[in-house]
Design a protein around this ligand. Structure first.
Ligand code: BES
Ligand code: ZN
Ligand code: ZN
Length: 476
């Protein structure tokens, strides 16, 4: 999809709030739309009038003007784009104007974002490619720096779509080695330095928790470190740590067929950090960021890790693995400790498809957040309000910290008597490895993908929480 500014095409899209006068239409059509069709500009209501002798407009409702957010603009623009594709329009103009508290720039950015969400398809494995008809979007705007604003959103969405592609790719093609190779390819020629640690190097380093999880897989693990340091390496960086389990069978604590169904997506945390780095570097954001990705499969073999095994870790802490399916926290233990001790981190944010319990707590549309630094999380969640990626904090209560202590090892990876509140136990476990660095944990097990996309997001991988991570680093 290409964007231009100022070109009036045959078809024009207007986003209209509830009760807004339809003075872009002739009087006849306007009264027909409002009285005969009862079009009120309700949220995502659509009116389409196309043809040789018609007004050639698509109207999409925004709802009550005082309640319109950037997210409602994105949603409405997605709705408009899907409608244009449905009726096979190839080029269209979007009329940009301020709405309620939103500036014209915000509306412009929201429209570009929405059009791009609607344009995303994952058809790598389809013999017959599905192409969307809408190829050309012209923004009718008075904003001076429109081209720069458009460019930034397009690049951000390239990052989001990179995340989606990685998450949607099946585990027979995406495993630690191929993930590392894709990262090397994608970041070639950018200002991002990519370091890949292979199995031998991880052994030398002592990343024993990551190695223990990967042990049963024929695919070797990788630790992938992406450094983007436009401010130089003496300035601290935001560290972005991702869970990259390219397939989670559960190990000997094997999942059911139903439970295993979506487990190619168990690397969504890693993919989010990669997509964020891609957007930061290509938009030349002047902030330091380092991503640390732990990539492995969680498989079964005769010499696999078993429930009850005690393993080591990069930190040296011993862990009794009471459940091999709680593998994400094991690999994150090493990746977090790496970020806390080997990277000059101002703060650490990790993203992980860590627990099914977060879905029980918050559903599929809200990311669970946990922290050791309330002010930092408040800042982060304020950003998430503007990106429309819903988040809700869960407490790391002392009780959970107590439950992480082992009887015959330093730590246990699940509670001896699990309470059901597995999301917060997992966070309490992770906190042992951040070494007091200000830290936020994002449990994206519910939000990173869904069979049926939520709101305006595509089916499959959502790209959550790339937008929030990007805007947070940018604002830091
Ligand atoms: N990858 C899963 C978590 C998950 C579940 C992600 C559903 C996406 C959708 C994780 O490794 C896992 O298996 N967690 C277990 C932990 C349990 C054994 C304490 C879980 O949540 O059931
Ligand atoms: Zn698991
Ligand atoms: Zn997992």
């Amino acid at each position: 999809m290409q964007f231009t500014t100022g070109e009036q095409t045959a078809v024009t899209v207007y986003l209209v709030s509830n009760g807004q006068s339809l003075d872009m239409l002739s009087e006849d059509v306007s009264s027909y739309v409002t009285s005969t069709l009862d079009f009120k500009g309700k949220s995502n209501e659509v009116f389409t009038n196309l043809g040789p002798n018609s007004e050639n407009v698509v109207l999409v409702g925004l709802g009550d003007e005082t309640k319109v957010t950037k997210d409602s603009i994105v949603h409405a623009a997605t709705t408009a784009t899907k409608e244009l594709n449905k009726v096979k329009v190839t080029e269209a103009s979007f009329k940009v104007h301020s709405v309620g508290d939103l500036s014209e720039s915000d509306v412009l950015k929201g429209m570009v974002e929405g059009a791009l969400h609607a344009d995303y398809t994952f058809d790598t494995y389809k013999s017959e490619k599905q192409t969307n008809s809408l190829k050309q979007v012209s923004l009718l705007t008075e904003v001076d720096d429109a081209s720069e604003l458009i460019e930034e959103v397009v690049t951000l969405l390239d990052g989001v779509n990179l995340t989606r592609d990685l998450v949607n790719t099946p585990a027979n093609d995406l495993y630690p080695e191929t993930l590392a190779q894709k990262v090397l390819d994608k970041f070639e020629g950018t200002d991002v330095d990519v370091q890949v640690f292979d199995k031998a190097q991880l052994e030398e380093m002592g990343a024993d928790a990551l190695l223990a999880v990967s042990h049963a897989s024929v695919k070797e693990p990788r630790l992938i470190v992406l450094s983007y340091l436009p401010l130089g390496d003496s300035e601290p960086a935001v560290s972005l740590v991702g869970k990259g389990v390219t397939y989670d069978s559960g190990g000997y604590a094997i999942k059911t067929a139903k439970g295993m169904a979506g487990m190619k997506t168990d690397m969504a945390g890693a993919a989010s950090m990669i997509g964020t780095m891609y957007a930061l570097a290509n938009n030349k954001v002047q902030k330091n960021a380092v991503a640390v990705i732990a990539a492995t499969e969680n498989m079964i073999a005769g010499d696999a890790m078993k429930n009850g095994d005690i393993i080591g870790s990069l930190k040296g802490t011993t862990i009794e693995v009471l459940n091999t399916d709680a593998e994400g926290r094991l690999i994150l233990a090493d990746a977090l400790y790496y970020a806390a001790t080997k990277v000059n981190s101002s703060c650490i944010i990790d993203a992980a498809t860590l627990t099914g319990a977060v879905i029980a707590a918050l559903g599929k549309n809200i990311t669970g957040t946990m922290t050791n630094d309330q002010a930092l999380l408040d800042e982060f969640q304020a950003v998430s309000k503007s990106t429309g990626e819903d988040m809700w904090q869960l407490p790391i209560h002392d009780d959970f910290k107590q439950q992480t202590k082992g009887k015959i090892s330093d730590l246990v990876n699940i509670a001896v008597n699990p309470s059901g509140a597995g999301t917060m136990f997992a966070a309490a476990f992770l906190e042992h490895f951040v070494e007091e660095t200000p830290w936020i944990h994002l449990d994206i097990a519910g939000t990173s993908s869904s069979a049926k996309g939520n709101k305006y997001l595509p089916d499959g991988a959502s790209g959550i929480p790339v937008k929030t991570l990007y805007e947070f680093v940018k604002a830091k």
